[in-house]
Design a protein around this ligand. Structure first.
Ligand code: 7RM
Length: 657
């Protein structure tokens, strides 16, 4: 965040109440009602979750222990048998939602599709049987590298149906990034498409898969399943690659959901951390199903007639929890959009809302800031009167963007839920309940019932109101990550040891700085580790640095985030060159392109600065704090006494932007 954003958030004290019309129909109608619910849950969280699990989900067999907590390892609903695809599909066939639209898809260019619950169920069953034909069994990991098409959701649900954990890799990641993830997850199959549409161009997904698998680099992968989407020419490797439509021909649509153990792995999703390669965050079945179900229902105040649209990509946790599993588990109509706002179609989001009469809209602050730049005339020219609730996720929202969203998109009648959560938390943790909790622009407000959150110092002691500290969760919740795939030590180190446990009491360390105000409202300030958030996408500085030093010209690289008006942060890289290379515009372009090739376009540095040397401490640590100030164009202040060679700083300064 920029200094001016932080200052405006510190001064923010406006309070917005939901309209009487909204409150009247809301599931939770007042702050008192929320507080009662919250206190009840806090007094006995296990009882609270068990009651909801019983009322809200279908279990093939009931659990015998609600929570088995061997810190930092949690198990929820031990010995319960459940299938999330059953909860998302089968039960809606007999509760009156058979012919209700489950998935509305608005594709590019101009395609669209609507699948009812009965149709989606049939597609998922067929796909699941197809997976079985390819030899996929319970426990086998399946990579999914897809555009935003219904088959992405169908593939996820089909995997869940037969108990094969999926690992969705965002379609914008490069072949290299895909390969690393497939290797780490030991995926047996990759599901992809020939291509996907991205801003008026075709993304050659299958080509990327071929590159990722070249030279048997990911030996666990035996087959590739390809959905025909863009119909351009692609290579099909005999014996390895299969067209989805060929496999589907003649496949039975009868595929009962496999009763899964509540703690069986549902999916792995890779996310960036401060060190090393991305972590495979592991989520399991029962707790995740319950938590995403309840949060979707209460936070989005779902009603049967809603058309719900979350603009995330299914490659991120937001797409998993709030496009696919949460909404479908509730029997909602969820909308999936393949397009993105771009110069050739800047009003496309508002067209989609108008066309489908979207009532709940959930997007990211970076998108809102982009829309502000595009001008009010675009949304103003469309009918957005169907909207009744708005949400944001991914990064702190600055009050100016919040106010614009409220006024221009929400017509001053829609509550805004600012939802704080992470890949690791599986579901939304801190948020307003829209009919109950008055909102303040820039604050995620209060924890969801059953979530015990606090702002603490590094000893785990709560800090005073309005004092900065670390955001921590002090009690396990049903959808918490269970481990880092293949690396339980890293799980322990990353989340449970920054704040040392006291008397066996463990705190989950979220990696975010925050404060609580005098009303107990949370204000999340951003990451306190070496994670940067570019347009709501999480990237590790080390990942980008590794990509840079893998180029022969680069000797050393240091990457920092620089405040950006639209993207929140932008990547700035400082690099020193190997002896025989010298700085040039061509090299600069080449290095940027190299990072794109190693990770993907989301990691393209906004700026690369060549340096003779990087500022280091006497023990050889790069002083990122100095680089951050330099990148932001600020005066380097604070203690520089540990700097080994002061002339380095002077030279970097002179070189400037
Ligand atoms: C859902 C998601 C997680 C990080 C998290 C924060 C930041 C997300 C908010 C937010 C302030 C919010 N998962 N973050 N939501 N910061 N207010 N409402 O984004 O794993 O990709 O990122 O995103 O820093 O730690 S994520």
């Amino acid at each position: 965040m920029s200094q001016s954003t932080i200052e405006s958030i510190l001064q923010e004290n406006r309070l917005f109440h939901p309209s009487p019309a909204f409150v009247e129909k809301a599931r939770i109608k007042s702050l008192d009602e929320y507080k009662q619910l919250y206190e009840k849950a806090k007094a006995d969280p296990q009882r609270f979750w068990a009651d909801l699990a019983e009322q809200e989900l279908h279990w093939f067999q009931k659990w015998d222990t609600v929570l088995d907590w061997q810190p930092p390892f949690a198990q929820w609903f031990v010995n319960g048998k459940i299938n999330i695809s059953y909860n998302c599909l089968d039960r809606h066939l007999t509760n009156g939602r058979r012919d209700k639209p489950a998935l509305i898809w608005e594709g590019e260019p101009g395609d669209s599709r609507c699948l009812t619950y009965a149709q989606l169920h049939q597609e998922v069953c067929q796909f699941a049987n197809g997976l079985k034909q390819l030899g996929i069994k319970k426990g086998d990991r399946v990579g999914i590298y897809m555009p935003m098409i219904p088959e992405a959701a169908i593939a996820m649900l089909a995997c869940a149906r037969i108990g094969a954990p999926h690992s969705v890799v965002f379609g914008g990641f490069s072949a290299e990034a895909l390969r690393d993830r497939l290797i780490d997850a030991e995926a047996k199959l990759v599901i992809t498409a020939d291509g996907g549409w991205r801003k008026d161009a075709i993304v050659p997904l299958k080509d990327q898969v071929d590159k990722a698998l070249a030279d048997n680099a990911a030996p666990s992968v035996q087959n590739v399943l390809v959905v025909k989407r863009t119909a351009q020419n692609i290579h099909m490797e005999p014996g390895r690659d299969h067209w989805w439509h060929d496999l589907q021909a003649g496949v039975s649509a009868d595929c009962p959901a496999e009763p899964m153990d509540s703690e069986d792995m549902l999916f792995i999703l890779y996310t960036s951390g401060s060190t090393g390669k991305p972590k495979g965050v592991v989520h399991t079945t029962g707790g995740y199903n319950l938590y995403t179900h309840m949060t979707t229902q209460w936070i989005f105040d779902l009603r049967d007639e809603d058309v719900y649209w979350c603009t995330a990509d299914v490659g991120w946790i937001t797409g998993h929890s709030y496009i696919v599993y949460g909404p479908l588990s509730n029997g909602a109509t969820t909308l999936m959009y393949e397009g993105a706002p771009r110069a050739s179609n800047p009003g496309c989001f508002w067209d989609v809302i108008q066309k489908y009469r979207v009532s709940i809209f959930y997007t990211a602050p970076t998108a809102i800031r982009t829309f502000i730049k595009m001008g009010e005339q675009l949304p103003k020219a469309r009918d957005l009167s169907s909207l009744r609730l708005l949400g944001t996720v991914g990064e702190p929202i600055n009050p100016e963007a919040w106010m614009w969203y409220h006024r221009v998109i929400g017509g001053e009648r829609c509550p805004i839920v600012d939802t704080w959560w992470q890949t690791e938390t599986g579901g939304i943790m801190i948020t307003a309940l829209p009919g109950a909790i008055p909102t303040k622009p820039g604050s995620a407000t209060l924890p969801f019932p059953g979530v015990l959150a606090d702002v603490v110092d590094l000893d785990g002691n709560p800090v005073k109101p309005n004092e900065g500290g670390y955001l921590a969760i002090t009690y396990p919740w049903p959808s918490m990550l269970r481990t880092v795939y293949g690396d339980p030590d890293r799980f322990r180190r990353t989340y449970w040891e920054h704040i040392p446990p006291k008397d066996g009491h463990y705190l989950y360390f979220a990696g975010d700085g925050a404060r609580k105000d005098e009303d107990g409202y949370f204000w999340v300030m951003g990451r306190v580790d070496d994670v940067i958030n570019v347009a709501g996408h999480r990237l590790g500085t080390m990942e980008v640095e590794s990509a840079l030093v893998s180029h022969p010209a680069v000797a050393e690289a240091a990457v920092v985030g620089k405040p950006d008006e639209v993207k929140g942060q932008e990547i700035v890289a400082f690099v020193t060159l190997e002896g025989t290379y010298s700085p040039s515009d061509e090299l600069l372009k080449e290095l940027k392109q190299h990072v794109v090739q190693e990770i993907g376009a989301i990691a393209r540095p906004g700026e690369i600065r060549f340096a003779d040397a990087l500022p280091k401490t006497r023990s050889g640590k790069i002083m990122r704090r100095l680089l951050r100030s330099l990148a932001a164009g600020e005066e380097v202040s604070g203690d520089v006494s540990t700097l080994e060679d002061r002339s380095v700083l002077e030279k970097l300064r002179q070189r400037g932007g």
